[in-house]
Design a binder for this molecule. Structure first.
Ligand code: DX5
Ligand code: ZN
Length: 224
């Protein structure tokens, strides 16, 4: 049985599931409801089969919330845009190793911008993709759906990967968060926390609910 992480739980609602006609209000509502971070899914219609938004949207929202911006780049290439996202208000910048030929260099660039650096593993990406760059990483994010869309079904086959990465992180002795993205809801939240996660992205489970406070509380309760 994997050991449960003693770290405090972070809940990061994903803006992808919000009402795009009133984003400022949606962000304020999840902040009041107890969200820790705001997760922002940037998609280019090339790396993933969907298109969302870019730095101007971050810049507009940045004035209206104190929550850290957890920016998930599903774009290729990502390198030419890192500085723009940092300037627009990103606090954490996550990249997929498949988005460019030099993931180590991309992570160095994020660190040089003074931001937390994240590596994201698709369901089909092995843990080895992060092993050699762990020294540069502040957050490892494990996708529990294929990236591109909200509201997909959680992939339970990713639980063993989460446990493996937990052990890799613990072996470093460093303060690296383990974040889970995709299909997180009461029920699956408990499973990923038990596997060793400490940070939950939740789109549909929060923005799809009538009462955001109750939805975030339900995630925390399920996580234990
Ligand atoms: C998918 C995105 C997720 C998405 C999660 O590509 O990275 O952040 O918003 O949505 P839910 O929580 O609905 O699975
Ligand atoms: Zn995401």
């Amino acid at each position: 049985m994997p050991t449960r992480s003693p770290r405090s739980l972070i809940v990061a609602p994903s803006l992808l599931a919000a009402d795009f006609a009133c984003l400022k209000d949606e962000v304020a509502a999840v902040e009041r409801a107890g969200a820790d971070w705001l997760h922002l899914d940037v998609m280019d219609g090339h790396f993933v089969p969907n298109i969302t938004f870019g730095p101007p949207l971050l810049k507009s929202l940045r004035k209206h919330t104190g929550m850290p911006f957890d920016v998930h780049l599903m774009i290729a290439p990502a390198d030419p845009y890192l500085a723009d996202f940092a300037a627009a208000g990103a606090d954490h910048i996550h990249i997929h190793p498949e988005a460019g030929p030099h993931v180590h260099r991309s992570l160095q660039a994020i660190k040089a911008l003074g931001k937390l650096a994240g590596v994201v593993l698709n369901p089909g990406t092995p843990v080895e993709a992060v092993a050699c760059v762990l020294e540069l990483v502040d957050i490892v994010m494990v996708m529990t759906v294929n990236p591109g869309f909200g509201g997909q079904a959680f992939l339970p086959s990713m639980l063993s990967k989460i446990a493996t990465i937990r052990a890799m992180i613990d072996a470093t002795g460093r303060d690296i968060r383990l974040e889970i993205d995709g299909g997180v809801a009461p029920g699956t939240a408990r499973q990923v926390i038990e596997a060793g996660a400490d940070t939950l992205v939740a789109g549909t489970a929060v923005f799809g609910a009538k009462d955001y406070t109750a939805a975030i509380a339900a995630l925390r309760a399920d996580a234990g």
